[in-house]
Design a protein around this ligand. Structure first.
Ligand SMILES: *[C@@H]1O[C@H](CO)[C@@H](O)[C@H](O)[C@H]1NC(C)=O
Ligand SMILES: *[C@@H]1O[C@H](CO)[C@@H](O)[C@H](O)[C@H]1NC(C)=O
Ligand SMILES: *[C@@H]1O[C@H](CO)[C@@H](O)[C@H](O)[C@H]1NC(C)=O
Ligand SMILES: *[C@@H]1O[C@H](CO)[C@@H](O)[C@H](O)[C@H]1NC(C)=O
Length: 346
């Protein structure tokens, strides 16, 4: 009797665990986890990827360490499907993918091109992967909203998004914007910011960002048919210029060879993340956030430092070496697409 009761209990526990496990695997957050070393990485060797831009090719530019190539992102409570390039090509055969944004979009786009190129080798062509009928393109637009040359100089128009005309007719859109909203001095692109009829020299950058992003969100809500086009927002990519952010006084990303352990970042999230989340939450179109900020914050070792653009760029703690962190962004993009977490499957 006691024996049967015990068996009954273990069965009940088994069912309970299974329920908890299954439940968890559906509600899983792919974006909280840790980096673990994994010798099966990197996913590709840039010397076999003809599309790689010099500025991301850290090994070619002489970066002496290579530990940073061998990390895999491991969510805390579940696993995500491994990137299957064949499957990706099959799903997107005949379809058009577009990245829109700044040089971080360029970084992620190059990563995806190399990940796919490894699966199917093509003759180098101006339109990569054209032969398979899949097109993966990039439009560089730092702000989404319009930046226009007028008599007074360059005007950043927070309410105007004529740029959107170029984003029509795609099956998958991945947007990213933030870094250029912060730039000041010589690299600032505008002379004036326009809102309504009003021109101002400057304003709080987070406020400007929120207004510009809201204009973008309205464009998506009125121009994208979600049954045809899937839209993602590529989350804010962090920089590592200030070691105090991870409790390492007077350090930068230079000379870093290992990620941070654990799942949290001492400095917390940059404030722009809250703006993105608020704007996305207000949209009628469901635009999933590729929430890569924290996982990338843990990768102080992932930047080109002086091994981008042959060292011509100084200490780059903003972009990412390839192979490297943006490969994980694309692995997670793929995982969201195939698990259909909140998006209709393709
Ligand atoms: C990439 O390939 C090149 C040429 O075959 C080789 O020298 C290099 O070690 C490889 N890099 C990695 C990280 O495997
Ligand atoms: C992180 O963990 C690795 C492996 O467990 C260890 O070798 C390394 O020293 C740790 N780093 C820090 C900063 O604690
Ligand atoms: C989101 O909607 C709320 C409620 O309508 C509004 O108060 C808030 O300002 C909106 N935020 C943005 C970023 O549009
Ligand atoms: C799933 O989509 C709904 C709206 O369609 C949204 O409220 C919810 O936050 C989304 N969940 C995740 C995990 O993105």
């Amino acid at each position: 009797m006691g024996f049967l009761f015990k068996n009954f209990c273990s069965l009940a526990y088994a069912i309970l665990f299974q329920f908890l496990f299954l439940h968890k695997s559906y509600a899983c957050d792919f974006f909280s986890g840790t980096w673990v070393s994994d010798d099966t990485y990197p996913l590709y060797n840039t010397s076999n990827c003809p599309f790689i831009s010099e500025e991301f090719d850290c090994q070619k530019n002489g970066r002496p360490d290579n530990l940073y190539l061998k990390y895999r992102w491991k969510p805390n409570d579940c696993t995500f499907p491994r990137f299957d390039g064949q499957d990706f090509l099959r799903r997107y055969k005949g379809k058009k993918i577009l990245f829109v944004g700044d040089s971080l979009s360029f970084n992620q786009w190059q990563s995806l091109i190399c990940m796919l190129h490894k699966i199917k080798k093509y003759l180098m062509s101006l339109i990569p992967l054209q032969d398979y009928g899949i097109s993966v393109t990039l439009i560089r637009k730092q702000y989404f909203v319009d930046l226009v040359k007028e008599n007074v100089g360059m005007v950043l128009k927070l309410d105007s998004i004529e740029n959107g005309k170029e984003w029509i007719g795609y099956d998958l859109l991945i947007f990213n914007s933030w870094h250029w909203w912060t730039h000041k001095g010589k690299i600032q692109k505008w002379d004036y910011i326009q809102e309504g009829d009003k021109l101002v020299k400057d304003m709080d950058r987070l406020v400007a960002y929120k207004k510009g992003l809201t204009t973008w969100s309205k464009w998506v809500d009125s121009n994208v048919n979600p049954t045809i086009t899937k839209v993602f927002f590529q989350g804010i990519s962090p920089t590592h210029f200030n070691g105090e952010d991870w409790n390492e006084k007077s350090a930068t990303c230079e000379g870093q060879t290992q990620p941070l352990n654990g799942s949290t970042y001492p400095a917390g999230l940059p404030p722009a993340v809250a703006v993105v989340k608020e704007v996305l939450a207000n949209m009628t179109t469901h635009v999933p956030l590729l929430d890569i900020t924290t996982l990338s914050q843990l990768r102080k070792d992932g930047h080109p430092t002086s091994y981008g653009s042959d060292g011509k760029e100084g200490n780059d703690c903003s972009h990412w070496c390839l192979a490297g962190v943006p490969d994980t962004w694309n692995e997670l993009l793929y995982a969201l697409l195939v698990t259909g977490q909140n998006i209709t499957s393709i």
